[in-house]
Ligand binder design. Sequence first.
Ligand SMILES: [Cu+2]
Length: 566
Amino acid sequence: MKNLDHESPKKRVSMHRKFTRRDLVKWGIVGGGTAMFGLRPAWVRASRSGSLSMAPATTPFLMELLPGRGLPPVSQPVTPFPTMEDPGDCINEDHSQAFHVSGPREVPPNTEFHLVQVAPVNHLFHPALPANVLWGYGGQVPGPTFVARSGTPQLVRFVNQLPEDDAVGIGLPTLAVHRHGGHQAPQDDGYPLDTFCPGQSRDYYYPNSPAAGLLQNEHSTTWYHDHAIDVTAQNVYRGLAGCYLNFNPLDTGSELDPAPALGLPSGEFDVPLVLQDRLFDANGFLYYDSFDHNGFLGNKFLVNGLIQPFLRVARRKYRFRILNGSNARFYNLVLSNGWPFTVIGTDSNLLERPIAVSSFPIGPGERVEVIVDFRGTILGQKIQLVNRLEQTDGRKPGDLVSPGVPLMEFQVNRDAPDFSRVPDILMPITEGPRELLSQVKIQRTFKFGRSNGAWVINGELFDENRIQADPRRGTSEIWHFESGGGWTHPVHLHNFEMFILGRDGARPPLLERGRKDIINVGGPYPNASVLIKFDYDFSEQPGRYAFHCHTTEHEDMSMMGQFEVL
Ligand SMILES: [Cu+2]
C-alpha cells in the first residue's frame, strides 16, 4: 500500500539538504582550510569555547555499567505488524540505484517482529560533563542489543523520529541501517542510498539462516549502525550503533546446555563492550569537525557510551564481545594485571580453536571475542582493560606505549557458579581456503589511495552507477587489497566474508586466520590477498553490495565501491 506520507518529508528534507563531503569533492574545495571559510556550513561547528585540549577532566571508573545504562537492553519482539513499502531514497529522487521494494513483503510465519524508534536522547557520558543530545536507536546509546537465533528470521522496523533541524549540528537525519557482518538481501543491507527521512520508516528483513546450510556461516557477533550516504561518520559518532548477537545449535546462548553445545559463558556473563572515542570541547559538549577527512579522533574513551566505566564482575569466566565502534581509532588491548585473553572469535565468526594471547589489535569496525577468567582473583581486586596503542591522527595507528590508557575497569566483587566451558574446537572451518582455492578463476586488485584530498579505490570515487566487480554466485575469487601513502584502511566487504591468504606473501598472524569481514591494509599492515566465496541465495536477481574503508571519514569521502553478484 502506498504510504502518502512519503512525499512531504522528502521535500522538506531536501530543502534543508546540507553540504556533504562529496559536495566538497565536486566543488574542488577539499583539503584546504581558509579557502572554503566562507562556505563553511552552519552545521560545522567551530570550537565553542577555546582549546579542545581543555575538555573537562573526567575521573575514570566513576560510571558503573548497569542494565539500562551501559548494558543495553535486549530488543523484545512485538506483535506482528503489516510490512510496508520502502521509501527508496528519500533525498535524491534521481538516485536510480536505490533499492525499492514495492508493496508489503512476504515473510515466513516464524518471523519475529521488532520496532525501533530512532530518536534524540539526553545522554550522560560522565558526571563531570553536561548531558549531550545524541541520536539513539530505541532512544539509547548504544542501541538495544538484538539477539537472534539461527532459523528465526527477524523483521525490524526502524522509525525515523529525528528532528529535521537540529541545534547540535552533528549528523544528518537521513538514515540507512546496515547490519554489519550479516547476510541479508541487497534491499535489507542498508545500501547507502536507501535512506529514510524524518517521519518515514523502513523495514529490514534479516533471514538469520546460514548460506547454503554451512555451519561456518553461523554468525556470532555482528552489529548494526547507520550507513547513510556521505554522513555515516557523523551519524555513528552521534550515537547510531548497536550490537546484534547471533546464536545457533552450537553456540546456544546457555552454558548449561550439554555438548555438542559449546557451553560458552552466557546470560549476564556474556557482555558486549563497544569501544569508541569522542572529542569534547571545554564545556563538555561533543565536538565534530566535518572538514577533517583524515579520520576523526577523540580525547575521551568510551565503553558502551560511558567514559571509562567500571563493571562489577564475579570470580568466574566471562565472554566479552569487544567491538571497535570508533570512526578512525585503532586499539591494542591488554589486561593491566598481565593476564591473557582467550580469543574465541574475530569479526562475525567464532574461530576454529581458541587462541590465548596477552594482547591483540582491533581496528575500526572489527570485533574480537574473548574469554576472561576471573577465577584466581581476590575479592576487591581491580583489573583494567588498557589500550596501549598511540594514535595522533587518522593516518594510521602509532606505536605501543606503556602503560597506555585504561578504557574500563573490572571490579571483582563476588562469587558466582560457573558452568561454562571453552572447548578446544569451537566452529570447524568446513569450507576454507584448502577447499576453495582450487576453484578460483578470477583475481582482482583494489588499491586504496588518495587523490586530490579525497579517498579513492583504484583511483575512483564512489559512484552509484559504477560496479567495480561482478563475481558469479557460488564462485570463489581472490581479491588483493593494497594501500598507498602509508595510510591504514580497514577494508570492509558487505554480506560476504574473507579468508586472508597472505600479507605480502607471508602467512597472516594467528588472529587473522578465521573468517573476517574487515581487513586492515596499509601503515603497519602489509597488503593482503583474500579469498571470498560469493554464496548468494536471496533471489534470482543480481545482488549489489558495497565495500569500503571503515574509517568512516574515508568512507564518506568517498572510499567506497560496489560489487554485484550475478
Ligand atoms: Cu581508509
